[in-house]
Structures are given as C-alpha cells and as structure tokens.
Design a protein around this ligand. Structure first.
Ligand code: FMN
Length: 206
C-alpha cells in the first residue's frame, strides 16, 4: 500500500494535463492511493494575467483541484512534482511552497520518501533538463529519494522529434505561444513514471 501525491503548479494547463497522466499511471497499482493537489497562484500573477484567455481558461479548468498543504506532504509515501519551466528553473510559486515547508525539512519529515519531477517548457531547448535537475537540489535537501525515467522502459525518448521526455523525467513542449498540447508519447511516459514511483514507494513502504 502506497500513498502517492502529485503536487503541481500550472499556469496554462500543460503540467496539469501531464499530472493527470502521472496520476493514471500511479493508480494502476491496485493498492495505491493517489491524490493530486495544486500549488496556489499568486494574487498579483492572477491580476497580471487577467486578460490572457488561455491562462484564465486553464485556471478555471483547475478550480476543482484542492490547494496543496504541507500536511499533504506528510500524508504521502511518494511525492511527484509537476513544475513548469521559468527561466530554466522552477517558478516562484513552487519555490514559495517549498520555502514555507522549512519545518518539515528541519524535522526530517520527508526523508526516505520516493520522489520524481515532470515538467513543461515553451521550447525544446528551453530548460526541461535544467528545471528537473535544479529542482532535485531542493528535494535532496528534504531527503527524498529520486526516481528517474529509464530509457529501457521509455523507448519514445530515442527520437529526434520535438517531444519531451528525458532520463530525468517526463516533459512536454507547450510551444512558444503555449498552443501545443502534450503528445501521446509524452502522456505515456508520464503514466509510466507514475507507475514506477508507486512501485518504488510501495517497496520502500514495506
Ligand atoms: C516568466 C516565464 C518564464 C519562462 N521561461 C521559460 C524558459 O526559460 N524556457 C522555456 O522553454 N519556456 C519558458 N517559459 C514558458 C513556460 O515554460 C510554459 O509556459 C510552460 O511550460 C507551460 O506550462 P503550463 O501550461 O503548465 O503553465 C516561461 C514562461 C513564463 C511565463
């Protein structure tokens, strides 16, 4: 039995859609409980983006998703993070959520839990790997155990097509104007990551 938490932030919905695929994969294990929560948006970001239709529609689509609390992190045996790229690394919204979790870090409350990251960028070389790897620095401080995305199970990565997916984690390319939707191969890799993390968490739990 493992409890898998997906914590994500998504302005335009790409990471949200990928998160649903991760949740589907984690849910394939019969003895797994899966929960998906969102990191809240900043009030000033909402105001700044009020005229952006893609943004406002995406925020509406996510209305039913509960906001992440730090107790969610305590509850989970595994934590999978959905983190879109901002200047090659994580957005401030996600960093604030982590920075306010200092007491969990101090008390070692997340140590030994399985973890993984998925991401989205605007462009192919805009920082998918850097976002995952720089986020990992934070998660190692929390004592989380990182689970990647191996080539053997994810032959879709062996391509020169402009899709996401790397040994560090699943990803999608939103496009410079955000109009791309995740490719089926990206969803498949996201599902596999969910399943893999659930498996690892269940073994660690035992
Ligand atoms: C402030 C800001 C910075 C961004 N920086 C990058 C970047 O460094 N590289 C890149 O490829 N895309 C960048 N983007 C595009 C986002 O990564 C893209 O909108 C995001 O992956 C979409 O995910 P979402 O729909 O879940 O929000 C940036 C977007 C914003 C708003």
């Amino acid at each position: 039995m493992a409890k898998v938490l997906i914590v994500y932030y998504s302005a335009f919905g790409h990471v949200y859609e990928m998160g649903k695929a991760v949740a589907k994969g984690a849910g394939k294990l019969s003895d797994t409980e899966v929960r998906m929560v969102k990191v809240p948006e900043f009030e000033d970001a909402k105001a700044a983006m009020a005229e952006n239709d893609a943004y406002t529609q995406s925020q509406k689509d996510q209305e039913a998703v509960e906001e992440a609390t730090h107790d969610d992190l305590r509850w989970a045996d595994a934590i999978i993070w959905g983190i879109p790229t901002r200047y090659g690394s994580m957005p401030a919204q996600m960093k604030q959520y982590l920075d306010t979790a200092g007491s969990l870090w101090m008390n070692g409350e997340l140590e030994g839990k399985a973890t993984a990251v998925f991401t989205s960028t605007g462009s192919i070389h805009g920082g998918q790997e850097t976002t995952i790897l720089t986020s990992l620095v934070n998660f190692l401080h929390f004592g989380l155990i990182f689970v990647g995305l191996p080539y053997g199970e994810n032959q879709e990565m062996l391509t020169t097509d402009g899709i996401g997916g790397s040994p560090y984690g699943p990803s999608t390319v939103a496009g410079p104007d955000g109009s791309n939707q995740p490719d089926e191969r990206e969803f498949t890799m996201a599902e596999r990551l969910g399943e893999r993390v659930a498996n690892v968490a269940s073994k660690l739990h035992d």
